[in-house]
Design a protein around this ligand. Sequence first.
Ligand SMILES: NC(=O)c1ccc[n+]([C@@H]2O[C@H](COP(=O)([O-])OP(=O)(O)OC[C@H]3O[C@@H](n4cnc5c(N)ncnc54)[C@H](OP(=O)(O)O)[C@@H]3O)[C@@H](O)[C@H]2O)c1
Length: 247
Amino acid sequence: MTPRRAVVTGASSGIGEATARRLGRDGWHVILVARRADRLEALARELPSSDVLALDLTADEAPAQVAEHVGEKLDLLVNNAGAAWRAEFGDAENGGYENVRRTMEINFDAVLRLTEKLLPAVRAAAPGSAIVNVASIAGRVARPQVGAYSASKFALVGWTESLHLEERAHGVHVGLVQPGFVSTEGFPQEQLTGSAKTRWIVSTPEKVAEAIMAAAGGKAEVSVPRPYAALPKLKALVPGLFRRVTS
Ligand SMILES: NC(=O)c1ccc[n+]([C@@H]2O[C@H](COP(=O)([O-])OP(=O)(O)OC[C@H]3O[C@@H](n4cnc5c(N)ncnc54)[C@H](OP(=O)(O)O)[C@@H]3O)[C@@H](O)[C@H]2O)c1
C-alpha cells in the first residue's frame, strides 16, 4: 500500500521535528520543509520515508516549489513553521511596524500562500485529507512585548476557523493547534524552566506533535496543555482581572 503523504513545515527543529518523527512512526511519507538543509537531511536519515525541501517559506517562489514537489495529491499539510521577535511596539530599534511585518510574513502570509498552492492537492486526496495550522494560545490572549506575534497568530486563528467551515464541503478537515509554552530552540522558555515554581507549565514538542495528530484526525481545535483552553474563556468572563494578571 502507498504510504499517506504529509508536508510538515518547520521540520528542522522543535514541534515540526517531533511531528515528522511521530508521522514517521505511523508509516507516513513526510516531506520535510525548512531553511536548514543539514538539519532536515539528518532527520530524513532517521525516518523510514521522507524527502527534504530546504527553502525559505517567505520567498516568492517557495509555494510553487513545494507544490511541484508534492504533485497531484497530498493527505496532510501541517503549517507549523513560525518565529517570534520580542519587542514593544514603541521600541524604535526592534519593534514598530517592521517587527509586525516580518512576523506576519512567516507566521501568516507564508501559511496562506503555501495553503493556496497546495489546496488542490489536499482536495484531490479528500475525503480524509487534512490541513493543520499551528497557532498559539497567544492567538487568543495577548501579553506585553509579543504584540507582533499575537497579531500574526490572532490572524491565523481567524482565518483557520473560516477555512475549517469552507473546506467541509470539499471533504478536507482543517484543524487548529494552540500550544502554550513549549521549550524549543526558537522559544527556549528559559524564564519559566529556570524555576521549579513555573517549570510545570512548560510543555514538550512531543506533546504538541500528539495534538497535531489529533487535529489531523478530525479535532477542530486542540490546546496543549489542555488547561490552556481555559485562558480565553477566563479572559471573556473576567476581563479586568485577566488584564491585571497578564500585565
Ligand atoms: N514553543 C512554543 O512555546 C510555542 C508556543 C505556541 C506556538 N508555537 C508555534 O509552534 C511553531 C513551531 O515553533 P517551535 O517552538 O517548534 O520553534 P522552533 O524550534 O524555532 O521551530 C521553528 C521552525 O520554523 C522554521 N522556520 C522559521 N522561519 C522559516 C522560514 N522563513 N522558512 C522556512 N522555515 C522557517 C525553522 O526552520 P529553519 O530555521 O531551518 O528555517 C524551524 O524548523 C511556530 O509556529 C510557533 O509559533 C510555539
